[in-house]
Design a protein around this ligand. Structure first.
Ligand SMILES: [Zn+2]
Ligand SMILES: [Zn+2]
Length: 180
């Protein structure tokens, strides 16, 4: 399996390095870092002062190399979908791409001092969550499972960066099917 990592312009290289090594370790697979994606012209919503997750995913899919099985798009911008005030990330269930925003994983967003390690820990959990969706996983009732729905960082902080037994078995089945 090959997972492509696509940073949207503006994400710090050191943050991408940390997330890249986590993805490679967690999925025990090959990871390829793609060149930074420029923010699409229709990506910014001036009324909301936020970035449109759907436009971003669409732009990412346009540069998605055919050989990558899954694509993880990472942005430092605050993103939304029309129904919601904001989202931490978005994924196509059973689809090729997932999107993660680091903006609201940062303590600075809430007026607190920066804690990079905490931001990266939250990012790892949300990566397992969003990529989980691309492998067909749905939300889990176990609040500590990475597939639990998070609507705020408190929810994320309760979770682990791993799946519960049931979700892990489901993922293993899917990865086996992908490999075979
Ligand atoms: Zn979800
Ligand atoms: Zn679970």
């Amino acid at each position: 399996m090959l997972i492509g990592l696509l940073p949207v312009e503006g994400v710090a290289g050191a943050d991408m390095d940390a997330l890249e090594s986590f993805v490679a370790r967690h999925y025990e697979c090959e990871v390829r870092r793609l060149p930074d994606l420029a923010m699409p012209a229709d990506g910014y919503d001036t009324h909301r002062s936020q970035y449109d997750a759907t436009a971003l995913l669409k732009a990412a899919l346009a540069v998605h190399p055919v050989e990558t099985d899954r694509l993880l798009v990472v942005t430092d911008k605050d993103i939304f979908i029309p129904m919601l005030t904001f989202i931490f990330g978005q994924a196509q269930v059973d689809g090729p791409a997932a999107l993660l925003s680091l903006a609201r994983l940062r303590q600075e967003f809430y007026g607190m001092p920066a804690r990079r390690e905490l931001m990266l820990e939250r990012a790892r959990k949300e990566i397992v969550h969003e990529l989980g969706h691309t492998f067909g996983l749905v939300h889990c009732a176990d609040k500590q499972c990475a597939m639990a729905l998070s609507i705020n960082v408190t929810n994320i902080d309760i979770k682990r960066d791993a799946l519960c037994g049931a979700c892990a078995r489901h993922l293993a089945d899917r990865l086996e099917a992908l490999a075979g």
